[in-house]
Design a binder for this molecule. Structure first.
Ligand code: UD1
Ligand code: CA
Length: 461
């Protein structure tokens, strides 16, 4: 949708969160609530977004550093109309302005698209989004005439008994034609129960101007769920989790226990992948087809190919190629590029390393700051000694190397193609290709030692 800009109100104090952190920065699946609203605004075509900040403004600005985002400061909280006025410079007469809230993260782009379509089809100057609810207490009410035409939106505190009986609420979300918003904002007054400049009053003002004003009744009222406390944060997270999990299942992903599976909003998962219970899959993670993930695994910002078996492990900010197996109890730390058909087995930690296709690290190893080629075998207990107490150094291991059990490779060091490192060696110098390197004390046998020891003990007593 062209010609659309969005204003997100986020100046409120959020006292009920009992937090030093701004309410809108509280996270659901590692993403701030405000981030969801920004992404939704962009997903329905907003070319730029203005966030109205007030309380903890600097903190919010620092946390949200994205392109196409600007900020307007509301130093005093004088109501939703006043907050939008703070973004006056952002409002363009020729554009549509979508109004959203930083603490209402469940609103979907699909719903907003439908609102925008209705707004354009009816040629409205403003369309307010409403919803039918059982308990309307506290909300603004949408008042219509006998024919069903919109008359006004009245705040709970200002409403008469008859008006309070109305079940159609103002969700607080609107699409304004820019020029209409500009003209109405200038005429808002604060002679009401709360002494605030109410944004909903713009609707009545525009109607009196003879403009077209519509109320679009949205089907799913959970989308407008606002978060004011940690209890509500958990409730919102639960609604979102169910929505995300359902989408993956509909796309052909098996979730063995969806109630116990936590998948971030931006995660992509391929068909016939099975997610076992207790997984937390976050950030920009992409998982291919035919994988098995879990149980009890964490994946953050991971790129995972097809046919990967990832068992009871943690992996962060790295990539894993097709048909590789990981775990159980492996720890893949940031910046690893692990190839295809690799085995990263139990109690293996890999960090800032490249691991070539077909390489095996089956158990109990630390591979850090290492460039490992293809078809290497790391024996049990291999350690890449990358840290000298001051600096980290890299280890290079060429294709086909066999690293014996309990080997230390002290970086910086390079091991040539197809060489063997004898078990128990501590390698401090480069090793050329096709050799056996042994760096350990030779075994010696002391004959008659036991007999001698018995004699010594006897003579002492
Ligand atoms: C508002 C609507 C009400 C609607 C309800 C839906 C008004 C006057 N009322 O009421 O009709 O039913 O939302 O949830 O608009 N904010 C600012 N600066 C301010 C005031 C508010 O940034 O000066 C922000 C808050 O941070 C919050 C949002 O605007 O995110 C809503 O403000 P709030 O005072 O909670 O409005 P409601 O009383 O919920
Ligand atoms: Ca209020």
């Amino acid at each position: 949708m062209e010609n659309l800009k969005a204003i997100i109100l986020a100046a409120g104090e959020g006292t009920r969160m009992k937090s030093k952190k701004s309410k809108v920065l509280h996270e659901i699946m590692r993403k701030p609530m405000l981030g969801y609203v920004i992404d939704t605004a962009k997903a329905c075509g907003a070319e730029s977004v203005c966030v109205v900040v007030g309380h903890q403004a600097e903190q919010v600005q620092q946390a949200i550093q994205e392109q196409d985002i600007c900020f307007a400061l509301q130093t005093e909280r004088k109501g939703t109309g006043h907050a939008v006025k703070m973004a006056a410079d952002f409002i363009e007469a020729q554009k549509d302005i979508l109004i959203l809230y930083g603490d209402t993260p469940l609103i979907t782009a699909e719903t907003l698209q439908a609102v925008l379509e209705a707004h354009h089809a009816a040629k409205n100057s403003v369309t307010v989004v409403s919803a039918m609810v059982d308990d309307a207490t506290g909300y603004g009410r949408i008042i219509r005439d006998a024919a069903g035409n919109f008359i006004k939106s009245v705040e709970h505190k200002d409403a008469t008994e008859t008006e309070r009986a109305v079940k159609e609420i103002n969700t607080g979300i609107y699409v304004f034609q820019g020029a209409a918003l500009q003209s109405a904002l200038g005429r808002l007054q604060n002679n009401n129960a709360q002494g605030e400049y109410y944004l909903p009053d713009c609707l009545e003002i525009l109607l009196q101007d003879g403009e077209r004003v519509g109320a679009y009744i949205a089907a799913d009222e959970t989308e407008f769920f606002g978060v004011n406390s940690r209890v509500q944060l958990a409730e919102a997270a639960d609604i979102l989790k169910k929505r995300i999990n359902r989408k993956h299942m509909e796309n052909g992903v098996t979730l063995v226990d969806p109630a116990n599976t936590y998948i971030g909003a931006d995660v992509v998962i391929g068909q016939d992948t099975v997610i076992l219970p207790g997984c937390v899959i976050e950030g920009k993670t992409v998982i291919g087809a035919d994988c098995e993930i879990g149980p009890n695994s964490r994946l953050t910002d991971m790129q995972i190919g097809d046919g990967v078996q990832f068992q009871s492990s943690t992996a962060l900010e790295s990539s894993i190629g097709n048909n590789t197996t990981v775990g159980p109890f492996a720890y893949i730390r940031p910046n690893c590029h692990i190839g295809e058909r690799v085995k990263v087995g139990d109690f293996v930690e890999v960090k800032n390393s490249n691991i070539g296709n077909g390489t095996k690290i089956p158990h109990l190893s630390y591979v850090g700051d290492t460039d490992a080629g293809e078809k290497i075998n790391f024996g049990c207990g291999s350690i890449m000694v990358n840290y000298d107490g001051e600096k980290k150094h890299r280890t290079t291991i060429h294709d086909g190397v066999f690293v014996g059990c309990n080997v230390n490779l002290v970086a910086p060091v390079t091991i040539g193609e197809n060489s063997y490192i004898a078990a128990g060696s501590t390698i401090t110098r480069d090793v050329e290709g096709n050799v056996l390197a042994v760096a350990r004390a030779r075994q010696s046998i002391i004959q008659g030692w036991k007999e001698k020891r018995i004699q010594t003990k006897k003579s002492e007593s």
